[in-house]
Design a protein around this ligand. Structure first.
Ligand code: NI
Length: 163
């Protein structure tokens, strides 16, 4: 496993649409392991493959620090409600902004063994799923921010969510 370099806003790879994963090759397995390691090392709650420069539909999410989800070719099936709160991104270091997201999300994805599974989340998990899936379309949260993009150092620690 290895820590990969996280691409930052302004890097064209972050604005491209990602391709479906057809099979789990040793390379894809290694990518997933590296994405998890890179996310934990950066203290993020999620990471999408384009953030490490790979245009594949793969995201990893862990909002508790002990419950990682690998989502390959994810699709949202249902969403409802609304939450408005702070959001950040490892590709936009030091910044945070207010974004409104659904409060409940149900999605379907393949895991690292290409087994299909459903995932349901509310609050932070729902926010993280939406944020990461946006990355796969080449979209960053900064385009959804309500009001100014703020400096993280001006905020309380518990306001942040970076992915
Ligand atoms: Ni992000």
């Amino acid at each position: 496993m290895a820590i990969r370099n996280i691409r930052e806003i302004g890097d064209a790879v972050l604005n491209k649409k990602c391709k479906e994963v057809k099979e789990i090759t040793p390379r894809v397995k290694e990518l997933i392991e590296d994405m998890l390691e890179t996310m934990y090392e950066a203290c993020g709650v999620g990471l999408a493959a384009p953030q490490v420069g790979i245009l594949k539909r793969i995201v990893v999410i862990d909002v508790t620090g002990e419950d990682p989800y690998v989502m390959i070719n994810p699709r949202i099936l249902e969403m409802s409600g609304e939450q408005t709160g702070h959001e950040g991104c490892l590709s936009v270091p030091g910044k945070s902004g207010i974004v409104t997201r659904p409060n409940y999300v149900k999605a379907v994805a393949y895991n690292e063994n290409m087994e299909l599974y459903e995932i349901e989340g509310t609050e932070l998990l729902a926010r993280a799923i939406c944020h990461e899936l946006d990355h796969l379309e080449g979209n960053l949260y900064v385009d959804k921010v309500e009001g100014p993009l703020m400096n993280l150092e001006d905020l309380e620690d518990d306001d942040e969510m970076e992915s």
